[in-house]
Design a binder for this molecule. Sequence first.
Ligand code: SF4
Ligand SMILES: [Zn+2]
Ligand SMILES: [Zn+2]
Length: 325
Amino acid sequence: MSNYNIFLKKKECSHCRNNAIIHRKYSGENLCSECFQKNIEKIIYKTISKYQMLKPDDRIIVALSGGKDSIALLYNLNIIQNRAHQSKSIIALTIDEGIGEYRENSIKNAKEFCMKHDIEHKIISFKEKFGFTLDEIIQVKQETPDYKYACNYCATLRRRLLNDGAKGLGGTVLAMGHNLTDFAETYLMNILYKRLDIIANQYLFKEENDKINHFFIKKISPLMRIPEEEILLYSNIKKFNYYPSHCPYREKDPIIRKRVLDFIQVCKEYSPEIEFNLLNGFLEISETLHNHRKKKDYNSCRICGYPCGSKKKCTYCSLLQELSQ
Ligand code: SF4
Ligand SMILES: [Zn+2]
Ligand SMILES: [Zn+2]
């Protein structure tokens, strides 16, 4: 926790007279346990309101992995929905990619959390949808010359299952547990690979498009202004029973994303506000790119009909074809 001092000597909370448990280097605040929790919940609430993430009649589907981020998100959104007058109840959706013990254990945590909080929970697996788990895909593909690393297979297939699963449950919004660190990392990756269309497309206030909405559910990330370390501390204070390990493929494959994350962590040591700068840079640049780039027409995938940019086939269908060969 480079950006935080956990106190050895007693210090007072900046907001009340209790003992502080954390010092935020980027803001200079000291926070006690109570004020820290309230502050995290306030940030989530304010982010939802500032970026107009929810409408009163939305049916929220929460992408639940069983890790700290998605559990903290589900906990807060459930409270917000229960407080709101006549709101629709939340549904949690888990994708079981089939990643050995890692996914088995995290699904166990996800199930227990939903049972305890009386939240409807749906699980969709790669095995039932495609006939193979991610582990089986990797076993077959890793010796072949066109092997693309586990995350490429996993993310493309999971994204579509989450989208279609959420729509199938009657959802109007899909809430993702991406935190500030995830946003900073993704933005930097997109810059490194000059993915300007993707950055433009991620603009948070882009106009509604019925054609696109027909296929894709609106995604929101209410944790986007909270650093990963703070979600971890919050989840521990709340005593959430989350699954703490990372996916084994993150370590096994030499993916650049992990290196970018390590780079951000090193930068944070010297410049604690760097993740916020990256997020604010993303928000500004995505708006500018969205407003100034020439709007391109998009093709419909000739297999599934989903919008797929300038290609004839979407990435999802191309991958499924490759896997069925
Ligand atoms: S780290 Fe990669 S393989 Fe593991 S769950 Fe995430 S996207 Fe899938
Ligand atoms: Zn306090
Ligand atoms: Zn397709």
